[in-house]
Design a protein around this ligand. Sequence first.
Ligand SMILES: [Mg+2]
Length: 174
Amino acid sequence: MNKEITVKSEKIFEGKIINLRVDTVELQNQKYAKREIVEHKGASAIIALNENDELILVKQYRKAVEEFLYEIPAGKINVAEEPRECALRELKEETGYEAKDIAKIYEIYSTPGFSNEKIYLFKAEDLTYTATNFDEDENIEVITISKSEAKKMLETGQITDSKTIVGILFWLNM
Ligand SMILES: [Mg+2]
């Protein structure tokens, strides 16, 4: 298999969170194709377990899908920030918990069909509660769930966010 060679790249939109570009690529058979690509700077997400071995989830409205979703704490990586720092910062901002030690579990391409977004998934234990510090545009409810509740929420389709499904399956198999 060969790589696709970019012969033309067109910037369509530059936003705060994503950029959109359309690349024209040359395929092996000398044919050309267009690739619509959403550029993203990456994000961190965190499986955080409290002292009762419960998972911390956040519930929030997601405009793109017009639904309230349960998700593990997560957020975009800031400029010059390491994925690990981002995970700790998002955990604290969204849930009020600080973690002493975290370990990276997986690196996940969320939607490689059209985006380079990579999610760094971490696991945290040994949490201490301090205070939340939401972003101004975030409206978040924090809940905790046991392993059996997590299993049920997966089975009944109440959890549909991919990074959260990956995180829960990892936790259930731990
Ligand atoms: Mg977030």
